[in-house]
Design a protein around this ligand. Structure first.
Ligand code: ADP
Length: 169
């Protein structure tokens, strides 16, 4: 899919801070769901001050997993990775907030949990790279493509959270 300009996924909102807001795609992979880590992971994004704008539990087909990970199709682990992603329920989400794409990756930690800092999701909750429990978009274009792949526009819920004025001032 063609990448649209950055402004396309920013909110059209009157609030001064809203112009800074952006959205990212976050997914708890089948290992995180099976291990009962949904609440812990969602809680970390929620407590930070990011806003949940879409969420659903889905079992992706292998074909869908291959689309999601198309950038990695030349990698030796691609087939196993796609088998794994399609092996059970995935919790797909869109989170919104200032800097959420980059900071979401910080909350998640390094790809290899052995290299993830304590305090990060993978650092605290995972041990090996092939079972690192969570996915997060790695940049604005990827975020936009992944949100469009996983969600219909009507599934994205725009609303004002009462916490926003306390989170952003
Ligand atoms: P990230 O998920 O941190 O953005 P990548 O895009 O590089 O990392 O890789 C996507 C996913 O592929 C990783 O989260 C991990 O599940 C899997 N993966 C990456 N490297 C390996 C590897 N060497 N062996 C097995 N699986 C891997």
């Amino acid at each position: 899919a063609m990448a649209a300009p950055a402004a396309a996924y920013m909110l059209q909102d009157q609030d001064a801070h809203a112009a800074q807001l952006e959205r990212t795609f976050i997914a708890i992979k089948p290992d995180g769901v099976q291990r009962g880590l949904i609440a812990d992971i969602v809680s970390r994004f929620e407590r930070k001050g990011f806003k949940l704008v879409a969420i659903k539990l889905v079992v992706p087909s292998k074909d869908f997993a291959q689309k999601h990970y198309h950038d990695l199709k030349e990698r030796p682990f691609f087939n196993g990775l796609c088998d794994f992603l399609s092996s059970g329920p995935v919790l797909a989400m869109v989170w919104e907030g200032e800097g959420v794409i980059k900071y979401g990756r910080k909350l998640i930690g390094a790809t290899d949990p052995q290299k993830s800092e304590p305090g990060t999701i993978r650092g605290d909750l995972a041990v090996v790279v092939g079972r690192n429990i969570i996915h997060g978009s790695d940049g604005p274009e990827t975020a936009q493509d992944e949100i469009a792949l996983w969600f219909e526009p009507s599934e994205l819920v725009s609303y004002t959270s009462n916490a926003e004025k306390w989170v952003y001032g």
